[in-house]
Design a binder for this molecule. Structure first.
Ligand code: FMN
Length: 365
């Protein structure tokens, strides 16, 4: 169905299409319900996920369409990035499609209605009784002009942690100057210290899990240092990865020349590699949400086998529509069964465990 109306949608600028999609999702009831195969139900951080396929941050920046997206078939929805104050973001146009390669470049620069509206929208969702099945993550980021990032992050944690199923600290969007510098080891450790202290103050003994979202453009040394810092800081999870600054040669020049972060198919392998690196570097001790270029069940399965406990997507929705979540769930369930797994968690990191075992065997021989 979506493939039929796609040519019409693609006649509009990408951001206009996105705004229309949000409007439609807010106003049109989603009639068909979806129940994922039982093999996909999974638990993490004491939260129950009906399936491991989530909506990545950036689609629902202001927490407007949580319920419709859960109904569409996503097992969890990450809303944001929200900033403390309203900000417009970069000048438009700032989202670009490359249909040939199922890719998108964006340089949004955190447009956000600010914490006030975000919180109101979230409260509306949380007030519904009974609360809809599915997990809601809150993704937080600093305002552009903030010179002391910890101030913004502390404020957002104070306001949002008590309402979050999990919190994501976004330090990896390429479109806010200086943000990615927070991935440097000592800056990372300092920031996590402040955030964890604030989370304890606002939530006492029942804090939501704290996740950090990282870029795919980290060299080996940076990955190693961050893995150590993540273990030392005792954060609860990693989201791997955000968009990339890479521009593979095969992309057409008029697309590749656009500034911003690249997502979709060209990111698939790179993000899977980063997932397996971190899974190995942390000995599988920190749960990973894998994201980047997931379009079908096989892409999701590869990321799970590389070490992801859950997965997310954004760009696939641009090309395939929101029902892509259902398709991925169905395909993933089949792939797990074909390989004799009885749950998602059984498959997490199996490729890495196997590699490590094989390498050890080789070393012994
Ligand atoms: C238009 C657009 C806006 C995005 N905005 C955010 C954001 O606000 N916060 C964030 O953490 N990631 C954001 N992302 C990154 C996605 O969450 C995801 O990490 C990345 O796109 C890779 O996944 P994909 O290939 O499935 O899109 C955005 C991505 C796109 C395409």
């Amino acid at each position: 169905m979506y493939k039929l109306i796609r040519p019409l949608i693609f006649k509009f600028d990408a951001e206009k299409s996105h705004k229309m999609a949000i409007k439609i999702l807010k106003n049109l009831p989603i009639l068909s319900s979806f129940k994922a195969d039982d093999i996909l139900a999974t638990s993490l951080w004491n939260r129950k996920f009906p399936n491991p396929v989530g909506l990545a941050a950036g689609f629902d920046k202001n927490a407007e369409v949580i319920a419709p997206m859960l109904k569409m078939g996503f097992g969890f929805v990450e809303v944001g990035t929200v900033t403390p104050k309203f900000q417009k973001g970069n000048p438009t146009p700032r989202i670009f499609r490359c249909v040939e390669h199922n890719a998108v470049i964006n340089r949004m620069g955190f447009p956000s209605d600010g914490i006030g509206i975000f919180k109101q929208n979230l409260e509306k969702f949380l007030e519904q009784k009974p609360r809809m099945t599915g997990v809601v993550g809150l993704n937080i980021g600093m305002n552009k002009e903030q010179k002391e990032p910890a101030k913004d992050y502390r404020m957002l944690v104070r306001m949002l942690a008590p309402m979050a199923d999990y919190l994501t600290v976004n330090i990896s969007s390429p479109n806010t100057a200086g943000l990615r510098d927070l991935q440097e080891k000592s800056a990372f450790t300092d920031l996590m210290g402040e955030i964890i202290e604030e989370r304890k103050k606002s939530c006492g003994n029942f804090p939501p899990p704290l996740l950090v979202k990282l870029a795919p453009d980290l060299d080996e040394k940076q990955q190693q240092e961050l893995a150590e810092a993540a273990l030392e800081s005792k954060i609860d999870g990693l989201i791997l990865t955000n968009t990339t600054l890479d521009r593979p040669n095969y992309l057409p020049d008029d697309f590749a020349k656009e500034k911003g972060g690249l997502s979709g198919r060209p990111l698939t392998e790179k993000s899977t590699q980063i997932i397996s690196n971190f899974y190995e570097l942390t000995n599988g001790q920190i749960p990973i949400i894998g994201v980047g270029g997931i379009f079908d069940g096989k892409d999701a399965y590869n990321k799970i086998r590389a070490g992801a406990s859950l997965v997310q997507l954004y760009t696939a929705m641009v090309y395939e529509g929101a029902y892509v979540a259902r398709k991925i769930c169905n395909e993933l369930a089949q792939l797990l069964k074909n390989d004799g797994f009885s749950s998602v968690s059984d498959a997490v990191g199996v490729d890495i465990k196997t590699n490590t075992r094989q390498n050890k065997k080789k070393a012994i021989a």
